[in-house]
Design a protein around this ligand. Structure first.
Ligand SMILES: Nc1nc2c(ncn2[C@@H]2O[C@H](COP(=O)(O)OP(=O)(O)OP(=O)(O)O)[C@@H](O)[C@H]2O)c(=O)[nH]1
Ligand SMILES: [Mg+2]
Length: 309
């Protein structure tokens, strides 16, 4: 890792930034050295999470948001966390289309697959965010499907979290089902060109009014037609309003502290686990599991043995 590489990343050179993210995805010592070198240059980018059920229009909206931010002279990067789940098989094709859509705009886009990530998806995405932050992007947009704890954590830890909903599920609010409504700083009913958008907005409104805390930030409910870019200007304004509010109320600093605290705990868990297990042979491990299933010994006894070894 040369000083030139670090400097290229800091200048936001797309190839260097892409290589850096590949490196943090692979994990290991290389990733660690890189993040440590970049960390002092982070802490400036606005981190905006966009989450919602599959198909609500997150990718379309993120592209529209990125363009509007770009028009406001912001340097924008996008991370799309691809759930690589069977029910959203279109993600890859969709992403190719998105990348074409953004070609020539100077907007950096990268998708990260949630499968097969050493050290977990959340860790890889946080490191990628640090890379983009060090690369002097003003805004990092992170799209996640609101499923899975790691993904929810990513969204939760953004400075501003947008939860997307779309009409067409009857009275059901998908975000409630997914348990992600509470993390919203801004609620968006996308596909407002469709029947039921007003009803969905009203249902969200009712849900918000159940929250008795009048002093807290009340998430605005906006309607967008992401396909046509309608409502996107208002959404960018709402993001700015929220960021101003969270700076004034010191929420941004608190969120960041909470994020690093969670990440430090996770890191320690992984490292300690690895430390304790690195000298345990697979056969030994399997024999412990068999002892437990045969009720010869219990979980606590085995754990004690490992911890005291
Ligand atoms: N009618 C209508 N369709 C839209 C709108 N926004 C997005 N769509 C369509 O909805 C479909 C899903 O959009 P995506 O942006 O891929 O949704 P997503 O939430 O990113 O989907 P996943 O990443 O697979 O979870 C696409 O066919 C879009 O063209 C909108 O405002 N109105
Ligand atoms: Mg998508």
């Amino acid at each position: 890792m040369t000083p030139e590489f670090i400097s290229q990343i800091q200048h936001g050179e797309p190839l260097a930034v892409a290589r850096a993210i590949t490196r943090v995805e692979r994990g290991g010592d290389d990733a660690r050295t890189l993040i440590r070198a970049l960390f002092p240059y982070t802490g400036c980018a606005d981190l905006v999470g966009i989450t919602g059920a599959p198909g609500t229009g997150k990718s379309t909206l993120v592209n529209a948001l990125a363009k509007e931010l770009g028009a406001r002279e912001k340097r924008v990067a996008i991370i799309a966390v691809d759930p690589s789940s069977p029910f959203t098989g279109g993600a890859l094709l969709g992403d190719r289309f998105r990348m074409q859509d953004l070609a020539g705009t100077g907007i950096f886009i990268r998708s990260m697959a949630s499968r097969g990530q050493l050290g977990g998806l959340a860790a890889a995405v946080s490191d990628a965010i640090l890379v983009l932050d060090a690369a002097n992007f003003d805004v990092v947009l992170v799209e996640t499907v609101g499923a899975g704890q790691g993904e929810v954590d990513i969204a939760k830890h953004a400075h501003t979290t947008i939860v997307l909903e779309a009409p067409g599920f009857g009275d059901d609010i998908q975000a409630i089902k997914a348990g992600i409504l509470e993390i919203a700083d801004i609620l968006v009913v996308n596909k407002a060109d469709r029947d039921g958008a007003n009803a969905t907005a009203a249902a969200l409104e009712m849900n918000l009014s159940l929250n008795p805390d009048k002093s807290a930030w009340r998430p605005p409910i906006l309607k967008t037609i992401a396909l046509k870019g309608e409502g996107v200007r208002e959404l960018v304004d709402a993001i700015a309003t929220h960021q101003k509010y969270s700076r004034e109320k010191n929420l941004r600093a608190k969120k960041e502290a909470a994020r690093f605290e969670d990440e430090l705990r996770e890191l320690l868990q992984r490292e300690l686990l690895q430390q304790k297990l690195q000298n345990v042979a697979e056969a030994k491990w399997q024999s412990w599991i068999q002892e437990i299933t045969a009720r010869k010994r219990d979980l606590y006894a085995i754990a004690d043995e490992i911890l005291n070894s």
